[in-house]
Design a protein around this ligand. Structure first.
Ligand code: FMN
Length: 191
């Protein structure tokens, strides 16, 4: 697919529209090869990727459920079950983590997160180019200390996204996109 075509057609695929057909190990490697071409000030390479497939999705669901119970000891059985099943909605989940180098001489924390987010977008586009549906989902789990500990993150590190990937089970509706003119501001507006 032409790059411009892929960019203009890009849309997230909700997990409910994903089948159990996930990318092969070789395809995942291609997605991550695309990820590490992301712009990266100071070549910090703060991005880390944890590929979660098969039974490890069940283990991640348990981590999410434990995190919910720690946040809210009165959580309903339904809410706990939702967390348990969350990662099972796609055949492949990639946790995209930013391991922040504090006080880096060139790249402040925000730039390291931007670099990791660019890597995440590359994964999305690579997956979509290969015919997979993908979506970034975070929710409270991405900020939860219990979940961050499971991924062995320091307090300054971030879970930038969980990318859910699976072959679409049917057509994914197009989304209306805004006119970019809405977001263009005049140079020197605050001068
Ligand atoms: C970092 C990040 C985290 C997100 N987390 C969620 C989420 O937890 N739940 C959700 O419904 N959408 C979330 N979204 C939005 C979806 O990924 C998606 O962009 C949105 O549904 C719009 O669809 P589109 O990408 O096709 O425009 C997140 C987006 C980003 C960039």
């Amino acid at each position: 697919m032409d790059v411009m075509e892929a960019l203009l057609a890009r849309k997230s695929t909700p997990p409910r529209l994903m089948s159990s057909d996930g990318p092969s190990a070789d395809e995942v490697r291609q997605f991550l090869t695309a990820a590490v071409t992301a712009p990266d000030h100071g070549s910090v390479r703060p991005w880390r990727f944890v590929v979660i497939e098969g039974d490890n999705r069940t283990k991640l669901g348990q981590v999410f459920a434990d995190a919910l119970k720690a946040r809210d000891p009165g959580a309903s059985a339904e809410a706990v079950a939702k967390e348990l099943g969350r990662p099972l909605r796609a055949p492949t989940v990639i946790a995209v983590l930013a391991r922040i180098v504090p006080d880096h001489p060139k790249a402040p924390e925000v730039e390291q997160i931007v670099a990791t987010a660019c890597a995440a977008q590359n994964v999305m586009l690579a997956a979509e180019t290969k015919g997979y549906g993908a979506i970034m989902l975070t929710g409270q789990n991405a900020r939860d200390p219990h979940v961050k500990k499971f991924f062995d993150l320091n307090p300054t590190d971030e879970i930038v996204a969980f990318i859910y990937i699976g072959r679409p089970s049917g057509p994914v509706p197009d989304k209306p996109r805004p006119d970019p003119a809405q977001f263009i501001e005049a140079f020197g507006a605050g001068a």
